[in-house]
Design a protein around this ligand. Structure first.
Ligand code: FEO
Length: 390
């Protein structure tokens, strides 16, 4: 396994996880990569590491360039297991010191045991010979301990999780793959990982916006060198909660009543020339739903009542959204019930806690929607569409 030189003396030495299909609950249908980088200078530096099962792959790539024992320093930008679980063994093999933020040192020790770690400070510069490494703390992008590392002379920003994608490819750069797929995977990643941290994304941007950047070397997926402006602009839009004039209808159903309601609501939206996406939750992974939530101005959530509450898949997605806290979006609630009801109230609670505005009256229909019920659903779709049409 070979390293890939991405700039003069800077190598990608990461690992490709072609078969990853679930990343802590996030469906990764295109796999992922754990990107580590090697900088050759008077001091040889490894930037980040890989998930423990992929340590052999990383070491083989390092060995294609130098003996791992020649590594002097390991920069840990992020202590999460996909980048740092291989760190203790890497330190054992290389004998190198680990550099991290103060919180990073704590997280590394609490996760992986005692290690030799030197702490770096916000904005600190470290000369490694011809090059200077600058450390930039980026708390909550993605964990409290996270940081970027910037190579001043090469204008390469090692951005850790930020700008990443769960996208395994034999290619290494953004301009070597289909841009639409790349941006879609970056959006899916943002929606499922970074979404709660929009204000922290903007703070991180403020710290680096004045730096010349030739390359955004992320910890997952493709390295940005051609479409840097596009991904940074997308991040700022997502961080601001900007959405498209479009509606997402998500639902689940036991005997088809709530499904008929969902279809009629979508029909009402479409009648106003507003784009709408419909997803049945039994058939759709939650990470795909969140990618649609990211771009949608209204999310209509429907559930049949089951045991006085939400259908389990609806409970799952609304709890997931509650945690991810999308900002700047409206939501509508609908569903069918047989006797006591209860789903709409539970959905409303989760959506409110998740930061959605709920300006539309809930639409509950007892048993199946007959002609009058279908008309009410279409009217609800029309109202939703009109409320967001410019
Ligand atoms: Fe790729 Fe937050 O770890």
């Amino acid at each position: 396994m070979e390293a890939v030189e991405i700039a003069d003396g800077i190598y990608w030495v990461g690992a490709l996880d072609w078969n990853a299909r679930n990343f802590h609950g996030f469906a990764t249908l295109r796999g992922t990569s754990y990107n580590a980088y090697l900088i050759l200078d008077e001091k040889n530096v490894l930037i980040d590491c890989v998930k423990m099962p992929f340590l052999g792959e990383m070491m083989a790539r390092i060995r294609s360039v130098i003996d791992p024992k020649e590594i002097d320093l390991i920069v840990s930008n992020h202590a999460e297991g996909d980048h740092a679980s291989g760190l203790p063994m890497t330190q054992h093999i290389t004998g190198a010191d680990v550099l991290s933020t103060k919180k990073g040192a704590e997280a590394l020790r609490l996760n992986y045991g005692e290690m030799r770690i030197s702490e770096v400070k916000e904005g600190e510069d470290l000369s490694i010979g011809e090059r200077t490494l600058r450390f930039i703390e980026t708390p909550m992008v993605h964990w409290p301990e996270s940081m970027f590392t910037y190579v001043v002379e090469d204008q390469v920003l090692f951005s850790m999780d930020a700008f990443g994608q769960h996208y395994c490819s034999s290619q290494r750069f953004d301009d070597q793959v289909e841009k639409g797929i790349l941006m879609e995977e970056a959006a899916t990643y943002y929606a499922n990982i970074v979404l709660p941290f929009g204000s922290q994304v903007k703070k991180a941007y403020e710290k680096v916006k004045g730096l010349p950047i030739k390359m955004l070397a992320t910890s997952h997926g493709l390295i940005w060198r051609t479409h840097i402006n596009d991904i940074v602009e997308a991040y700022l839009n997502w961080a601001d909660g900007r959405t498209e004039e479009r509606v997402l209808v998500i639902y689940d159903t036991m005997w088809g009543s709530t499904e008929r309601m969902a279809l009629a609501i979508a029909e009402g939206v479409r009648s106003q020339d507003v784009p709408v996406t419909l997803m049945r939750l039994t058939d759709t992974d939650r990470s795909m739903v969140l990618r649609e939530v990211l771009r949608s101005r209204v999310v209509a959530v429907g559930s049949c009542t089951m045991n006085n509450g939400m259908f389990p898949t609806v409970a799952d997605i609304t709890t997931y959204m509650r945690g991810l806290r999308p900002k700047g979006r409206k939501a509508a609630v609908f569903g069918s019930y047989g006797w006591g009801g209860g789903a709409s109230k539970a959905i409303r609670e989760n959506l409110t806690a998740g930061g959605f505005e709920l300006p539309y009256p809930d639409l509950d229909i007892r048993y199946a929607p007959m002609k009058e019920g279908v008309e009410k659903c279409i009217a609800m779709g029309v109202d939703i569409a009109k409320s967001i049409k410019s």
